[in-house]
Design a protein around this ligand. Structure first.
Ligand SMILES: NC(=O)c1ccc[n+]([C@@H]2O[C@H](COP(=O)([O-])OP(=O)(O)OC[C@H]3O[C@@H](n4cnc5c(N)ncnc54)[C@H](OP(=O)(O)O)[C@@H]3O)[C@@H](O)[C@H]2O)c1
Ligand SMILES: [Zn+2]
Ligand SMILES: [Zn+2]
Length: 370
C-alpha cells in the first residue's frame, strides 16, 4: 500500500484512565499529537495488562501523574505515516512496547541499549518532549516515532503477540545478555505470571532445562503440562527447595512482591546469576553471605532495546511462541486488575480494544474530556 501523507492536526482519542490511587479505570477523551514527519499513527486493536500498569495506577511506585492511561503492550494497525517514515506503510501490523522515545545521542542510545537512556520517555506516565504526559495503550489510537515501533512478523497474532512487547522482551533480554539462553543450562523462573510464563516458553525454545519456583501449588500441572516446564517447586516447601539447591545456572526473578532472597539464591550453582525483573515497591531482604559464598551475581534488567525487541518477536514467530491470554472487553478491566492483584490470571489479560473501546460501545455513558 502506498504511504499516505499525514494529516496535520491533533486528534481526540478514547482511553481508559485512572484518576487516583484507587486505580479504578474509567473512559476519558484524551488528545494525541499530530502525526509528525517521523511518526506513525496506530489504530490500537489489543493491549496487554502488565503488572507495572497495576503498580502505576495504584501509585505503588509513588510516581503516578494522574490521570494515568496505562498500557505498554500495544498491538494494532498503521493508519497514517509521516513523510519521512521509511520502515512502515499504512495497514502494517505493528506493536509498541514500554518506550516511545529516548535522547538518541547518549552512550546507551549510541550503543543500541536505549532502554537504559537516562532521558527515556516511557509509553505512559512519562513526560514527552513537548512537556505533556504520555498516555498508553488502553486507548483506541496512538502516535509514535517510527523508531519505537515494532513490525509484527508474519504469523504472529496481534492478540497473543501483544504481551511479548513487554513481558517477552523483559525476559528475553537478560537471557541473551547473561548467557542464560544456552541449550542444556538449567534456569529457574520465580513467579509464574505474565513474565514468568513467557520466560518458561523462551527457555524451552532455547533448549534449556526449566524449573518454576512458585508460591502457588495449583499452578504445577499447567506449568509442566501446558507450558513445558521440566520441574515445579513450591517456594514455601523446604524439602522441594532443598531438592533443587545449588543446581541452577541462573534465575529470572519475576515476583511482583518483596521477598526474602535467602532460599532463592541458595538454588544457584557457584557463579550462578539471579536477574531481578520484578519491581516490588518494598525492598528485598538479602544477606551478603547468600552471594559471597558461591561467588554469585545479583543483577537487574529493564525491558530491552528496540533492536532486541524486534529480534525477540522474530524469534518468537519462528518458534510459534505466543503468550497465553485471557481476552477481555474494556468493561471488564477493573475486575481484571483486581484478579491480577490476587494472581488470578492465566497468564496475561489482553484488552480487546478494537471491539470494545469505541464511541458506539461507550454510547450509554458520557465520556469526559481532559
Ligand atoms: N524489569 C522490567 O523491565 C519489567 C517489565 C515488566 C514488568 N516488570 C515487573 O515484573 C513484575 C511481574 O510482572 P508480571 O506482569 O509478570 O506480574 P504477574 O502476572 O502478576 O506475575 C507476578 C508473579 O509473581 C509471583 N508472586 C506474587 N507475589 C509473590 C511473593 N510474595 N513472593 C514470590 N512470588 C510472588 C506470582 O507467581 P506465583 O503464583 O507463581 O508465585 C505472580 O503470578 C512486576 O513487579 C512488574 O512491575 C518489570
Ligand atoms: Zn510491562
Ligand atoms: Zn539516550
Amino acid at each position: 500500500m502506498a504511504p499516505v501523507e499525514a494529516e496535520q492536526h491533533p486528534r481526540s482519542a478514547l482511553a481508559l484512565a485512572a484518576h487516583d490511587a484507587s486505580g479504578r479505570l474509567s473512559p476519558i477523551r484524551i488528545s494525541r499529537r499530530d502525526t509528525g514527519d517521523d511518526d506513525v499513527a496506530i489504530q490500537i486493536l489489543y493491549c496487554g495488562i502488565c503488572h507495572s500498569d497495576l503498580h502505576t495506577v495504584k501509585n505503588e511506585w509513588k510516581n503516578a501523574n494522574y490521570p494515568v492511561v496505562p498500557g505498554h503492550e500495544i498491538a494494532g494497525l498503521i493508519t497514517e505515516v509521516g513523510k519521512n517514515v521509511k520502515k512502515f506503510n499504512v495497514g502494517d501490523k505493528v506493536g509498541v512496547g514500554c518506550m516511545v522515545n529516548t535522547c538518541q545521542s547518549c552512550e546507551s542510545c549510541e550503543e543500541g541499549h536505549e532502554n537504559y537512556c537516562s532521558n527515556i520517555i516511557f509509553t505512559y506516565n512519562s513526560h514527552d518532549r513537548d512537556g505533556t504526559v504520555t498516555y498508553g495503550g488502553y486507548s483506541d489510537m496512538v502516535v509514535v516515532n517510527e523508531r519505537f515501533v515494532i513490525q509484527f512478523p508474519d504469523g504472529m497474532p496481534l492478540d497473543k503477540g501483544a504481551p511479548l512487547l513487554c513481558a517477552g522482551i523483559t525476559v528475553y533480554n537478560p537471557m541473551k545478555y547473561h548467557g542464560l539462553n544456552e541449550p542444556g543450562k538449567h534456569i529457574g523462573v520465580v513467579g509464574l505470571g505474565g513474565l514468568g510464563h513467557v520466560a518458561v516458553k523462551f527457555a524451552k525454545a532455547f533448549g534449556m532445562r526449566v524449573t518454576v519456583i512458585s508460591t502457588s501449588p495449583e499452578k504445577r500441572e499447567e506449568a509442566m503440562e501446558t507450558l513445558g516446564a521440566d520441574a515445579f517447586v513450591v517456594s514455601s516447601d523446604a524439602n522441594q527447595m532443598k531438592a533443587v539447591k545449588g543446581t541452577m545456572h541462573g534465575i529470572l526473578n519475576t515476583a511482583s512482591a518483596s521477598m526474602s532472597m535467602y532460599s532463592y539464591l541458595a538454588l544457584l550453582k557457584p557463579h550462578g546469576k539471579m536477574i531481578l525483573l520484578g519491581l516490588p515497591e518494598k525492598p528485598l531482604q538479602i544477606s551478603a553471605f547468600s552471594l559471597v559464598a558461591g561467588g554469585k551475581t545479583l543483577a537487574g534488567s529493564c525491558m530491552g532495546s528496540i533492536r532486541d525487541t524486534q529480534e525477540m518477536m522474530d524469534f518468537a514467530a519462528k518458534h510459534g511462541l505466543t503468550a497465553d491470554i485471557e481476552l477481555i472487553g474494556t468493561e471488564e478491566v477493573n475486575e481484571a486488575m483486581e484478579r491480577l492483584a490476587k494472581g488470578e490470571v492465566r497468564y496475561r489479560f489482553v484488552i480487546d480494544v478494537g471491539n470494545t473501546l469505541s464511541a458506539a460501545s461507550l454510547a450509554s455513558s458520557p465520556v469526559p474530556a481532559l
